[in-house]
Ligand binder design. Sequence first.
Ligand code: GDP
Ligand code: MG
Length: 455
Amino acid sequence: LGGSISRALQQMSNATIIDEKVLNDCLNEITRALLQSDVQFKLVRDMQTNIKKIVNLDDLAAGHNKRKIIQQAVFNELCTILDPGKPAFTPKKGKPSVVMFVGLQGSGKTTTCTKYAYYHQKKGYKPALVCADTFRAGAFDQLKQNATKAKIPFYGSYTESDPVRIAVEGVERFKKENCDLIIVDTSGRHKQEAALFEEMRQVSESTKPDLVLFVMDSSIGQAAFDQAQAFKQSVPVGAVIVTKMDGHAKGGGALSAVAATKSPVIFIGTGEHMDEFEIFDVKPFVSRLLGMGDWSGFMDKIQEVVPMDQQPELLQKLSEGNFTLRIMYEQFQNILKMGPIGQVFSMLPGFSQELMPKGQEKESQTKIKRYMTMMDSMTNEGKFILHKHIQNLLTELDSSNPKIMNESRIIRIARGCGRPIRDVMDMLEEYKRLAKVWSKMKGLKIPKKGDMSAL
Ligand code: GDP
Ligand code: MG
């Protein structure tokens, strides 16, 4: 009897040790990934402590997929850090709002101002840009060029050296012109210094912005917390935009920025161009930080929503990185077959709020159906009247670069499906956006079926 008790005890303590070891190994691995992604050391350490409290070792002992339990706990913890608990100010159409951009020089303020303006312009706002950067030579020219390209009214001066004066004049003028989103671009300095913060404070006090947006370069590493905090101490930062997410940096500084400013990240910059700008989506961002790729949730979802026999084929296509209109069509088909559609959508990479804002599932479904109808009129399935020239488009469905979608072809598709040209353009825009997300899949290691749950 004594022998069996001691054996049992031993087994129990072994089990605990093993699970604690699993927990520690796993946490250490995750910690490394997070530090490499520039998450602040202190945040990582606190997270580690929290996880140890949260994760129930008994669950680990009983559960089979220990890594998954731990990873999920870390995932949730990081998502919580990124949620400051109150949403950022959103401008209302037809009501004048002032949004002031702050950040160090080179962080991407001027570029992001235009992206932000352009984004809202497409949504029906009347934006305007004010250049209150009198510090850097060429600042006004840069803003002017960007604004002109996007056909957005702008204000600035080559001779006035007082940023406060320009900011106030610009805001006044555009209020008179009934602009509902007046964006004030400010100067930066190479370093955080007193003069910069004093200037920001003055511009902010004189223009009374509805929102102060802190722009941060994703590659600044561990400096993120101090930088964000310094700005927050001078001006009432209410939201964050992280730029250059197209580069190597994974942007762990975003967590620091949220922690330091108690404000949410609202957008990310993913390139130098005007439309390389995305709504910040917490879950894919955290997946990326953890080195899970944006795709681990997606993999699970594929197993759930894509018919078994189509899975290998789809995964193969994914790994080749060729996203064709036909793949988009097939994915839309899968999505429509599933319910509740909202849940599936939120998991699919790229199908974020853009295509399907929360609470608008019905509208989105209609939109997707509309897109599919348009694509139908590009196929030879016979259900739709087929013009001879549309026949030529058939190859396009399978091309990963439908660049020969010129005007006359778009007109023909529109005619073929009885939709306005604008709708066809929208559909192609959506395709381009998804194709970009998809291209990141290139070279993806395809997990074998059994391995997927171990992700
Ligand atoms: P500012 O000094 O804060 O106004 O920064 P700028 O807007 O002038 O941007 C500095 C540089 O960063 C420019 O060369 C931009 O083209 C570039 N840039 C800004 N945002 C992004 C981005 O999201 N991705 C990439 N790759 N480059 C960016
Ligand atoms: Mg600038």
